[in-house]
Design a protein around this ligand. Structure first.
Ligand SMILES: [Fe+2]
Ligand SMILES: [Fe+2]
Length: 134
């Protein structure tokens, strides 16, 4: 079974956003396969890739919201900033061997992603689409 099942029900209807969400879900699933292994360098590589994708994705959404004056821009961006700090801290801890990759961390990422999609990304996308963004 796939850890983070990503399908069309998760689509928000903005192509760049959907593409990035898909890539993020794929990386989280890759990481899940490595929990409990001692493949430290591979785990670090994928975590770096995931954090990079997340950064790019948050920048994309923040820029779209800013450009189109989306309601709730500041609270939505604050959610992105909060997760970015968690991603950075976790990567540092794993690189420095202060922590291992845990299922709890991936569950946090999965739940955050699904909740964030529902309460922030979907309303944002609906507003963007109503303003003609595709
Ligand atoms: Fe978002
Ligand atoms: Fe998003």
């Amino acid at each position: 079974m796939t850890f983070l099942q990503w399908d069309t029900s998760h689509s928000v209807g903005i192509s760049i956003v959907d593409k990035q969400h898909n890539q993020i879900a794929e990386q989280i699933n890759q990481l899940y396969k490595l929990v409990g292994t001692n493949k430290h360098s591979q785990i670090v590589e994928i975590l770096k890739e995931l954090n990079k994708l997340m950064d790019e994705h948050f920048s994309t959404e923040n820029a779209l919201m800013k450009e189109h004056k989306v309601f709730n821009y500041f609270s939505h961006k604050a959610q992105h900033d909060r997760l970015s700090r968690i991603l950075d801290d976790n990567l540092d801890d794993i690189i420095e061997n202060r922590k291992e990759l845990t299922p709890q961390y991936l569950i946090l990422l999965r739940d955050w992603t699904i909740n964030h999609l529902k309460f922030h990304d979907k309303p944002m996308a609906d507003e963007l689409k109503s303003k003609g963004v595709i």
